[in-house]
Design a protein around this ligand. Structure first.
Ligand code: HH2
Length: 388
């Protein structure tokens, strides 16, 4: 029998440093080969690649290595403060954020331990026109029954919405949105032991929902559509989901264009985090969400999913909302949303592997199983020593 060769991409991370000045790139190039040295008898080396750029063009360095080796490199960089000021801190916090999984979110007094397992957010659309389940839970009794059923099936959060934000949807008047959701929030927050989240971008609705017992504000506009939404959240002690959208539900699917969809969505979420910070929202209460289907083509959605792990660099837990969405129907050629459950399962499993900590889904019982199975696999990988 000949030699056995094995290769695996598992456990290696790639860090790209852009915009370096020539002397910084030169200083880093000096350090990088020597960062192979370590106490480990079989250190995984850091490989690096320096983009050759002429004159004043910023340099780029791409490093690939095991998390433990990159951590060692960050210590080595700290010794080079003079040549590379601030780089060690940035590098260190980037790694910390990327590898962090111990999030505990205090939602108005109820704590979600996201480090223990992936959490499932069950969708309750109290609307006549949602893309997948519009009209099914428009009357209070069926909505309450469905929420109870989702909680019993393993939902960790119940997300209640009174306005569809599907592509092309028109806004609903505030009074109508309140009429649809407030009685449900009052009943369910008193009855269930899981937090209730309110899916709204209107600060006036969020305020009343929080008073009625909601503990999370899920804002598809990332605090942008209502100027005082961040203030409402800050003053309440509630947690908040900052989601990315390009445009408004009405116009978002009219030919959305990005140069670099992941980079642009990340930058927008970062701005949302800054906006929240300025209003005094506790950063430890914030979830981020790339907003699958909100101003994105099929290719954009697939790229966001494939590179979802990059959002971990923002240091906040990722919510992923792919459930039954149109891009799944486009890939599988399945027009009926309720027949997109297997496709949803694929996105949930892959999303968790890429770092999603909360999955927002219609089919709670089935996706809770998918999440549990995926968690077990991911955990097995971690205990085999891929962590830093
Ligand atoms: N997607 C929808 C609504 N709210 N919130 C977050 N955080 N992430 C999402 O991806 C997301 C969301 C759209 O789905 P749905 O509620 O099922 O449909 P509709 O807007 O038609 O009610």
């Amino acid at each position: 029998m000949g030699p056995v060769l094995r290769i695996s991409g598992h456990g290696a991370l790639t860090i790209t440093l852009k915009g370096l000045k020539a002397r910084q790139a030169a200083a880093l190039s000096q350090i990088l080969p020597s960062s192979k040295i370590g106490a480990d008898p079989h250190p995984a080396p850091i490989s690096f690649q320096r983009e050759q750029s002429a004159g004043t063009v910023p340099h780029e360095i791409i490093m690939t290595g095991a998390p433990r080796e990159l951590r060692r490199l960050s210590l080595r960089l700290a010794e080079e403060q003079r040549a590379l000021p601030g780089l060690a801190d940035t590098f260190h916090s980037l790694l910390d954020n990327y590898l962090r999984s111990d999030y505990k979110i205090n939602c108005g007094g109820m704590v979600l331990d996201l480090g223990s397992r992936t959490h499932v957010m069950g969708i309750l659309n109290a609307t006549p026109d949602s893309f997948s389940d519009g009209g099914r839970y428009a009357d209070a009794e069926s909505a309450l029954a469905h929420a109870r059923e989702m909680a019993a099936a393993g939902a960790d959060i119940i997300d209640i919405g009174g306005e569809s934000t599907r592509p092309g949807a028109r806004p609903v008047a505030e009074e109508e949105e309140l009429r649809r959701i407030i009685p449900l929030i009052e009943r369910l927050s008193a009855e269930l032991s899981v937090p209730i989240s309110v899916d709204t971008y209107k600060s006036s609705v969020a305020k009343k929902a929080l008073a009625a017992g909601a503990r999370i504000v899920n804002d598809i506009s990332g605090l942008r559509f209502s100027p005082d939404m961040a203030d409402v959240v800050a003053g309440s002690g509630a947690a908040v989901v900052i989601m990315h959208i390009k445009g408004t539900p009405r116009d978002m699917q009219r030919d959305p264009v990005y140069d670099d969809v992941v980079g642009e969505v990340m930058a927008c979420l970062e701005e949302g985090l800054e906006l929240a910070a300025r209003a005094g929202v506790d950063r430890e209460k914030i979830f981020i969400d790339p907003g699958i289907g909100f101003g994105k083509t099929l290719e954009h959605n697939l790229a966001l999913l494939d590179r979802l792990d990059e959002f971990q660099a923002l240091g906040r837990p990722i919510v992923l909302g792919t459930s039954r969405k149109k891009f799944i129907g486009a890939v599988l050629n399945v027009p009926a949303p309720e027949q997109r459950v297997d496709g949803t399962a694929a996105t949930v499993a892959l999303g968790i592997e890429r770092g999603a900590r909360v999955v927002r889904v219609h089919d709670v019982a089935r996706m809770a199983q998918v999440a549990k199975m995926t968690d077990a696999i991911v955990k097995a990988g971690r205990t085999q020593g891929n962590s830093a």
